[in-house]
Design a protein around this ligand. Structure first.
Ligand code: NAP
Length: 641
């Protein structure tokens, strides 16, 4: 961009609703929130205008005038905005009257003045003193572990982060398969307090995400607290001393050591242990075979016959990347994914947009807010079952059915050929599994002459390739597993012993449960991030969830510091009542429908992964721990197991 910016050019790239709000900030003129500039949105936009005729030109003309005055230093300072104006601005950009219960939550997320409930405040000398005596052990230095470390530093709590890998980044370090990219808008999929105005793509590829997280580690000097290439083997709660004794192994030297900590925070993700399918003969294949999360970059796929098992989020991204270079590609599909049309999925962020994010006051915050609101809870209604629904099992309710028809129609149109359409349109309800983003490249790949989509069930894997139940033998040089992760085996393979020596996994008995996804009775001062029932399917971003969880955990530590208690343990009745509510609500969602099988459910059919409520509910529930939910034990007090 030149020294004198070309405002006409820049404004062509503007997100106009965010731009109007930036103008209100610059001028203090709330009358710019005019009815004729009010946007209206479609749930699945397909390029239709969001403004009445003439509004776009008028907004750009006004923006040009105000920005030019600002750049020339001729814009008088704007008065601060009243809460009433801020509320009107929220409604304006949301394109609707936001329900009042959402306002505190949205204002907190917006953090216009930089203040948010997520910022730790441990200012009093007593708290500062107590903080310096606490020691916390964090497991994992991915997105959530890094966030925990940032917040603990801000609170003044000393801690160590144990990380198995050689660097930070978690999933963005490990997944390097071709085409790997985030499928949440980047201007939202970033820490709320660390916006990046320079995202090169709306949905950036993995190396860009890794660079972001590595940059955060540097900026916040996180590595000083991280022990890399170190694995947590087990941990046990020492009741006499209210301490967790955590056994770790240095993977370079093999040396083991026990670290003591007042509290442990696990931030190990749900999707970090590749799951190889249990298919007969899997080990017998003679060629290279690998999982998407352990991509063999040393295996050149050029001119090879390749088989891919799975059509989930990972395969959906790498298949289009490799289809053009391999000799032949056979994709084995058990269940097709739902895919939502997102034409700009692979598009770069235009320069004008980047300029506005950097220079137009508050434009960045409102643009992020727009993305956040659009993904907040609107779609939740579309995946909730109607009570007593007796329509087809391909839907769970009327709204679900309506959305199904819309998306299925778009998929059929892109498929072109009815035979292909039949293969790729799911027969389970929309929202039963995580939806993917479709900009056409998946179907383009499937339509290539060297690519085949096979829906016949895999009978066995053998030396030469895969035999399907229709009797066909498919020979391959390379096999790639896009078969997902051991998501419901939370915290495995760590061994965790709580009060009275009880084992966490035995206590769970294959059905992991926690209160707010974070704490379990009998395991004092053990907090999980992205624990049971904190995954989201159609709303929000997992960074939002982690930020809420970390706020709650830091406030739990604060409760310990304020009360002088040695440990806090969630009450069994509180935990149980919460889980009854979760199970009842999950049963009403598309992903809880009996006809749906997915990794959201464990072997017993319980939905162990998903948060069935609204984002605002998690935000509210995690503001701070309610002391009534916990048993606070005096330091060193002996408690019956
Ligand atoms: P996944 O969604 O669990 O997909 C696994 C695929 O393998 C499914 O199509 C599954 O079929 C198939 N499969 C599993 N076992 C099989 C068997 N024995 N025979 C035939 N097919 C089998 O795994 P993923 O694609 O790695 O994605 C996992 C999660 O990671 C995603 O849901 C998402 O949360 C995250 N992710 C995110 C991104 C992103 O943000 N860009 C990218 C990749 C992954 P069924 O459906 O029939 O079980």
């Amino acid at each position: 961009m030149s020294a004198t910016p070309d405002l006409d050019r820049i404004l062509l790239d503007a997100h106009l609703p965010a731009l109007v709000l930036s103008l209100v900030h610059m001028t203090g003129d709330a009358s710019l929130l005019k009815a004729e500039w009010q946007p209206t949105y479609n749930a699945f936009p397909r390029g239709e205008p969001i403004f009445p005729p003439g509004a776009e030109d008028a907004i750009r003309a006004k923006a040009k005038e105000v920005l030019a005055a600002k750049l020339a230093g001729k814009l008088p300072p704007a008065p601060p905005l009243s809460p009433e104006t801020t509320r009107k601005m929220i409604n304006f950009i949301a394109g609707a009257d936001v329900p009042p219960e959402y306002l505190p939550f949205l204002q907190d997320e917006l953090a216009i003045d930089g203040e948010s409930s997520k910022n730790p405040h441990w200012e009093t000398p007593a708290l500062k003193g107590a903080a310096s005596k606490l020691k916390v052990l964090v497991v994992g230095a991915g997105m959530s572990g890094m966030l925990t470390s940032i917040r603990l530093n801000q609170a003044g709590v000393s801690h160590v982060v144990i990380e198995e890998n050689a660097d930070v980044g978690g999933t963005w370090l490990k997944n390097t398969y071709p085409g790997c990219r985030v499928d949440n808008s980047n201007h939202m999929y970033s820490y709320s307090f660390e916006q990046n105005h320079g995202w090169p793509f709306h949905f950036s590829p993995q190396p860009v995400l890794l660079e972001y997280f590595q940059g955060i580690a540097k900026k916040y000097d996180l590595k000083k607290n991280i022990r890399f290439q170190t694995t947590v083997l087990d941990m046990a709660f020492d009741e006499a001393r209210d301490l967790w004794r955590v056994r770790v192994r240095d993977n370079k030297s093999g040396a083991e050591e026990v670290i003591e900590a007042n509290a442990v925070v696990t931030a190990v993700g749900q999707l970090n242990r590749p799951r190889m399918p249990d298919i007969k003969g899997r080990e017998s294949f003679k060629g290279p075979a690998f999982h998407s999360a352990e991509w063999r970059h040393d295996v050149d796929l050029t001119g090879k016959r390749v088989g891919v098992i799975g059509t989930g989020a990972s395969a959906y991204q790498f298949v289009p990347e490799i289809a053009g270079k391999v000799k032949s590609l056979t994709v084995f599909q058990r269940t097709p994914p739902w895919a939502f049309p997102v034409p700009h999925y692979h598009e770069t962020v235009p320069d004008g947009m980047k300029w506005l994010l950097e220079h137009a006051p508050m434009y960045d915050k409102w643009y992020r807010f727009f993305l956040f609101w659009m993904s907040t809870d609107g779609l939740l209604q579309a995946v909730r079952a109607d009570e007593g629904w007796n329509g087809p099992s391909t839907a769970v309710g009327q709204v679900n059915q309506m959305f199904r028809e819309m998306i299925a129609g778009a998929l059929a149109e892109s498929a072109g050929d009815p035979a292909l359409a039949e293969k790729i349109i799911p027969t389970y309800p929309l929202g039963g599994k995580r939806g993917l983003l479709d900009n056409g490249v998946w179907l383009e790949a499937l339509k290539r002459p060297n690519v085949e989509l096979t829906t016949s069930k895999i009978a066995e894997i053998n030396e030469a390739g895969i035999k399907t139940e229709d009797g066909t033998q498919h020979d391959f040089d390379v096999l790639i597993y896009g078969t997902g992760f051991h998501a419901s085996k939370f915290l495995m393979p760590m061994k965790i012993k709580g009060r009275g020596g009880r084992d966490l996994h035995e206590t769970w008995g294959g059905e992991p449960r926690a209160y707010l996804g974070m704490t379990t009775p009998g395991f004092p001062n053990l907090f999980m991030i992205y624990g049971p029932n904190t995954n989201i399917v159609v709303n929000g971003s997992i960074i939002f969830f982690s930020e809420c969880s970390v706020r709650y955990i830091v406030n739990s530590l604060k409760l310990l510091a304020e009360t002088g208690a040695g440990s806090m343990e969630v009450r069994q009745d509180v935990h149980d009542a919460f889980n009854v509510r979760v199970d009842a609500e999950n049963a009403k969602m598309a992903w809880g429908a009996p006809q749906v099988t997915s990794w959201y459910k464990n072997e017993t059919g319980r939905v162990t992964q998903n948060w069935p409520f609204a984002l605002v509910d998690y935000w509210r529930a995690t503001l701070a721990p309610d002391p009534k939910d916990f048993m606070l034990h005096k330091a060193g007090a002996k408690v019956a197991a």
